[in-house]
Design a protein around this ligand. Structure first.
Ligand code: ZN
Length: 379
């Protein structure tokens, strides 16, 4: 049985309500557990109470904003979205449950599929991640978010849409509902999101140091009280570009990502509040094949990705069997015009919104009906 999810109030009434709560809660301080109780080594991650602007080695940027609005009463449900860069479905099949026990646990004990799809237009990192966060396709001329570049530069933003408005995201939806968010990412290009939605992302850490990134994310899950956390693991993509997307190094990077995810799920299982309330949604931006990389959007090895949903209350079943509005595309990559769409990595935004009790992200089209069913119905 699942608890009802509340819809957050909107408009001026919501703003006044959030402000009143923020004032009331500001005197209470942050009631997080003392360090050491979470089973997560503190490492170099900053505590959520510590204000820090970018410091540390080059390539590592951390920000934490203490003045973010206080969370109403702690959301009933929380979402951790994980994207494993370059993790095509084929490598999960190849690894199997023995070499990738955590991915396969999410597959078996979750609402999951290995037949999810990327966006149609492109199978590269930044455009596909922007779809995950906005629920939009890529092509700006057709209502997409317009992020078509993939350079690893930190100074760009998501372009404004055709009407000159800022493109909305799951971060902005959560923020408008008075909820906290965080982003942990392994590539500088993810600053595109921080640049675009700076007020809506309360904690940002971008570093190529994977161990530090995962440690900080685990620590923040326990102490940060985010309703929505986004975690990007870069390992498989980096190994794929270096040695090929079928190389032993790529497969080893898949195993390593599984191990990192295993640590995250251990944190969830050992903290009752996370165990009760957190749902993990895992997907990938694209796969890859051999030495060819992953640029060709019409190639199955590139567009075929996992979509795994796991947590308390999540049904253990094939995601397509749970969601009659969707159709397993077999080996194909259907266009956006098909009435029964495949599950896409771009479904992350609106599934997360749905789980948090929020309406679809304004301007989104992927999963905008919020028709993915992952939770057991109330009896
Ligand atoms: Zn790549």
């Amino acid at each position: 049985m699942t608890a009802p999810v509340r819809r957050y109030a909107r408009g001026p009434a919501r703003a006044a309500w959030a402000l009143a709560l923020a004032v009331a809660l500001s005197g209470l301080g942050c009631a997080s557990a003392p360090p050491g109780q979470d089973g997560v080594p503190d490492g170099s991650a900053s505590r959520s109470s510590a204000s820090s602007a970018s410091s540390g080695p080059p390539g590592q940027v951390a920000r934490d904003r203490p003045e973010a609005p206080a969370q109403p009463t702690g959301p009933r449900r929380r979402v951790l979205a994980v994207s494993v860069d370059g993790l095509g479905s084929a490598v999960l099949r190849r690894l199997g449950p023995r070499q990738a026990p955590t991915f396969h646990r999410m597959l078996r004990r979750g609402a999951s599929t290995l037949e999810a799809r990327t966006e149609v237009e492109m199978t590269v990192t930044l455009p596909n991640h922007t779809s995950m966060l906005t629920g939009r396709r890529i092509d700006a001329a057709r209502g997409g978010h317009g992020v078509t570049w993939n350079d690893d530069v930190a100074d760009r933003s998501v372009p404004r849409d055709a009407s000159g408005r800022v493109v909305r995201s799951i971060f902005t939806s959560a923020h408008r509902a008075g909820l906290h968010t965080a982003m942990f990412a392994g590539k500088q290009k993810f600053h595109t999101f921080d640049n675009t939605w700076s007020r809506a992302i309360d904690r940002v850490l971008v570093t190529s140091d994977q161990a530090r990134l995962v440690r900080a994310a685990r620590h923040d899950l326990v102490h940060g009280r985010r309703a929505f956390t986004f975690l990007h693991l870069r390992g498989p993509d980096s190994a794929g570009h270096e040695d090929g997307f079928d190389s032993p190094a790529y497969v080893a990077a898949g195993r390593e990502a599984d191990r990192q995810l295993g640590g995250v799920l251990r944190t969830v299982r050992t903290h009752p509040r996370l165990q009760r309330h957190l749902v993990v949604v895992l997907t990938a931006d694209h796969g890859g094949r051999g030495a060819d990389g992953h640029d060709v959007a019409t190639r199955a090895a590139n567009y075929r990705v996992p979509f795994l949903v796991w947590g308390r209350g999540v049904v253990h079943r094939d995601l397509y069997r749970l969601s009659p509005g969707r159709r397993n595309p077999g080996g194909a990559q259907p266009g956006y015009g098909r009435p029964r769409q495949p599950v896409r990595n771009g479904d992350v935004a609106n599934l997360a919104a749905d789980l948090l009790g929020l309406r679809a992200v304004p301007g989104s089209t992927i999963g905008a009906r919020q028709d993915l069913r992952v939770l057991a119905r109330r009896r």
